[in-house]
Design a protein around this ligand. Sequence first.
Ligand SMILES: Nc1ncnc2c1ncn2[C@@H]1O[C@H](COP(=O)(O)OP(=O)(O)OP(=O)(O)O)[C@@H](O)[C@H]1O
Ligand SMILES: [Mg+2]
Length: 304
Amino acid sequence: MQCDILCVGISTLDRVWLVDSLPTGGGKFRAHDYLELGGGMAANAAVAAARLGGRVAYWGRNGDDSAGRTMRDELAGWGVDVAQFRLYAGHRSSVSAIFVGRDGERTIVNYRDESMPTDAAWLPAERAAGCHAVHGDVRWPEGVAPAYRAARAAGVPTVLDGEIAAPEVFATLLPLTDHAIFSEPGLASFAGRPIASDADRLAALAAVRAQGCRVAAVTRGTQGVLWLDEHGEHHLPAYTVAVVDTTGAGDVFHGAYALAIGEGQSVEAAMRFSSAVAAMKCAVKGGRAGIPTRVEVDGFLANG
Ligand SMILES: Nc1ncnc2c1ncn2[C@@H]1O[C@H](COP(=O)(O)OP(=O)(O)OP(=O)(O)O)[C@@H](O)[C@H]1O
Ligand SMILES: [Mg+2]
């Protein structure tokens, strides 16, 4: 059976200039290399789920400009259905200009179109009911909420990437979420206070579950993942790999998790699968280039 996964939320584009040393002041500089890298929580999750064998659709929005078309084409190239990736005329896409020096130091300039329409009435939300899992991020709650509602009504599991967001975003999405997987900064933003200990983490995760989520989790980079579910508290250490680039590890973890849950794997098996996929991604440079295929993950898990 091929698993149908829907990912709703943000897509971004990083334009990266590799330079000898970071530019200072005015003037003209020459880069020795240049990269265009697609990113964004939901878009990266979509690429991961597709790479792992899912049939994946990405729903999102950006500007009708060269960056928007680059993002859409790249996602399509990974096999993601981009029919509902809407590019708005008269708006500009989310892009970052990144300068990276030979010493690894970087300067990042981000642009975000604050007037980008949030309206999501054009989305075919009812199609979420026909998927095996729906993943959403906190950057477009107006698009995620209707997809989650349709999924909920049909018994389709929903997965949230709990990154830093305003309280009203969590108030809208958590009551519709089955699997809420936070980053550490995201969990602190939900809790409204710093999180310094496991006791703090567990209290915040209990508060997440009180919103109606079946699983409340926090990913902790090299410290692995901690979660609460109906059976209690669980901890899974991260896999040890030769780390080259952790960009997008959290996003990729979510895409793999949504696929595993969509396939009907247990929460523990899904956590293990996603941890393996995210760790393998970290062993290769780039946010998406290191996402393993299914055969590669199965081999990794069998030998781990
Ligand atoms: N250095 C690493 N080595 C092995 N696994 C890692 C490493 N970094 C991340 N992971 C895996 O990826 C998961 C998610 O990473 P992390 O908690 O850093 O996500 P995040 O804070 O959401 O970051 P981002 O969204 O920017 O990628 C971790 O729980 C772990 O399983
Ligand atoms: Mg993250």
